[in-house]
Design a protein around this ligand. Structure first.
Ligand SMILES: Cc1cc2nc3c(=O)[nH]c(=O)nc-3n(C[C@H](O)[C@H](O)[C@H](O)COP(=O)(O)O)c2cc1C
Length: 246
């Protein structure tokens, strides 16, 4: 099965960036060059995925990796349909084409263009990964902590090797068909849909709310004096929902 090929003698590739720089510049990448991801790169990225932590080290994670087989193409176009429907509804409901969205240079309309291009080309993404959690007990919110660190490892390893990707929930609209096609058992929870490829653009730093809004000390809502962003940090106007949090 595994190990009996050249990859079992090949070391994991060297990262060209430091761990901290990588994690501060791992952004959602939705535009890919039309290039397949070599097996050695997929091996390294998925090796990183399988290094993720899990409760009691039970490793309930499994990763379905779809590239260019007939079945992979079917799965990609199935999820593409769901992605297109999902985005069309969100574009309308969130009024992406209203107010500032009417200005083609606004961040809102740039985002709408990126998303439209992403879903239009979804069936051509170089790789699509379905990280799954094989449940061995009743579902609980904490179980996500046994799969999502591995998902982030995928994005970080991709970043380290010059690739990029994004987490989506686009499988949601076609889950039963996807399970049939890929023979995914019922007890395997499909945690997300990840797409991966070589980015068409660059990776800038991620933008978040100021640290002082997000990090508290001894009291909820009170930020410790050391919780300040380093020089040059860029912020975003997006943020947590305004609904009162108790
Ligand atoms: C739980 C979760 C769900 C997401 N769902 C989608 C999605 O359905 N479609 C999409 O294009 N991006 C999706 N994203 C990507 C986020 O939109 C993106 O990470 C966020 O806007 C921050 O951008 P950045 O990663 O470039 O900093 C999702 C991310 C997370 C963590």
């Amino acid at each position: 099965m595994s190990g009996d090929n050249y990859l079992s003698n090949l070391e994991v590739a060297e990262s060209q960036i430091s761990l901290l720089e990588g994690l501060c510049t791992t952004r959602a990448i939705r535009r890919y060059r039309d290039e397949p991801i070599p097996d050695a790169v997929l091996r390294d990225i998925l090796f990183a995925a399988t290094r993720g932590p899990s409760g009691s080290n039970r490793q309930p994670y499994r990763f379905v990796v779809l590239t260019d087989s007939e079945r992979a193409k079917q799965a990609k176009s199935l999820i593409a349909t769901s992605a297109q429907e999902f985005w069309a509804a969100k574009r309308k409901n969130d009024q992406y084409d209203e107010r500032s969205g009417a200005d083609p240079n606004s961040p809102k309309s740039r985002m709408a263009r990126t998303m439209q291009e992403y879903v239009d080309n979804f069936s051509e993404v170089p790789a699509l990964i379905l990280p799954c959690l094989v449940r061995y007990r009743d579902p609980s919110p904490m179980e996500g902590a046994s799969i999502y660190p591995s998902v982030q490892n995928i994005l970080l390893a991709a970043r380290a090797l010059g690739y990029g990707g994004v987490i989506t929930g686009f499988h949601g609209g076609v889950e039963p068909q996807l399970r049939d096609l890929l023979e995914i058992p019922d007890q395997a929870f499909i945690a997300c849909t990840l797409t991966l490829g070589k980015p068409q653009g660059g990776h800038g730093p991620v933008r978040r709310r100021p640290m002082s809004e997000l990090v508290f000390g001894d009291q909820w809502g009170e930020s410790p004096q050391w919780a300040v962003d380093p020089p040059g940090t860029r912020h975003t106007s997006a943020g947590p929902p305004t609904k009162e949090v108790v």
